[in-house]
Design a protein around this ligand. Structure first.
Ligand SMILES: Nc1ncnc2c1ncn2[C@@H]1O[C@H](COP(=O)(O)OP(=O)(O)O)[C@@H](O)[C@H]1O
Ligand SMILES: [Mg+2]
Length: 272
């Protein structure tokens, strides 16, 4: 029993497409300020899970079980209330920021649009100030000038920062990050992980960090849930998972995480 009420509480969540289950009765919870890693190979049901949490799965999906976010029953909430929660209580970032950004809209307007979605009457000057502050917070250079630029004028890492600024401008308590660094090279990946760690600290943000790469997850997660073929086979504190993996699949993932040996700043690395 934990003393703190979980921010997110998922019980027996099952997701099926066309009658075929791809997520089988998974349960997980995230405390305020906690980062939970969700690891598993491609096709194991990680993204289906994250879309279910945002209630953004297509109508063809059948979902059972329960998802509670700050006590709200996500699976049965009326759509207007769900729309209020999306962006303001829970936000999501993806692997390829370009697909989430509008290529013909200035990035300042895109970040501002996220704020306006929840605070439509924000005065122009305040909107601009909030956008600039959001860009500063995620480390985008020269926000006053660059807010007029378009997504293609930014690097992959900067585009992910734009998405993070957009996702966090309404101060959600939970950020779902679905393979946010997978498309980035190792150096930029490390910078984005740094940024997420900083934002988590500053805002007591909870994060569901999804990746197929256990080495990446170990750099940010407090606890890790291991997913295989739509089932969570093991959940443990990150250090415990490395020290004493219980499930054969976890051991397999540990053995096939080559980047772990290269990161000498992490004591966990030597355990691999
Ligand atoms: N919209 C969809 N319609 C049908 N099948 C889907 C849909 N989305 C995902 N799937 C299937 O669900 C399974 C899990 O996919 P996904 O959650 O994307 O895995 P992961 O993110 O772990 O790589 C895969 O077999 C995938 O083909
Ligand atoms: Mg995925």
């Amino acid at each position: 029993m934990t003393v703190t009420e979980p921010l997110l509480d998922v019980r027996d969540l099952t997701i099926a497409f066309g009658g075929k289950p791809v997520v089988h009765s998974i349960s997980l919870s995230i405390a305020p300020g906690e980062t939970l890693g969700l690891v598993g190979e491609s096709g194991s049901g990680k993204s289906a899970t994250s879309f279910a949490l945002m209630r953004l799965l297509p109508p063809s999906a059948t979902i059972t079980g329960s998802i509670r976010l700050e006590g709200h029953p996500i699976l049965t909430l009326p759509e207007p209330q769900m729309r209020t929660l999306r962006g303001s209580a829970v936000s999501m970032i993806f692997q390829e920021p370009m697909t989430a950004l509008n290529p013909v809209m200035r990035i300042g307007d895109q970040i501002g649009e996220s704020l306006l979605a929840h605070h439509p009457r924000t005065p122009r000057a305040e909107l601009r100030a909030r956008v600039i502050a959001a860009m500063q917070e995620v480390g985008l250079p020269n926000p006053e000038q660059r807010l007029r630029d378009y997504p293609y004028q930014f690097s992959g890492g900067q585009r992910q920062r734009i998405l993070i600024a957009s996702a966090l401008i309404n101060r959600p308590r939970l950020l779902i990050a679905d393979e946010p660094t997978t498309a980035l090279d190792v150096t930029v990946q490390a910078q984005i992980l740094d940024l997420l760690r900083k934002l988590r600290r500053t805002h007591n943000l909870s994060i569901l960090f999804i990746s197929h790469d256990l080495a990446v997850i170990s750099q940010i997660a407090d606890r890790v849930a291991v997913m295989q073929h739509g089932r969570i086979v093991e959940t443990a504190a990150t250090a415990d998972l490395f020290r004493d993996p219980q499930h054969p699949y976890t051991r397999k993932l540990l053995a096939s995480a080559p980047t772990m040996q290269t990161d000498r700043s992490k004591p966990l690395a030597t355990l691999a």
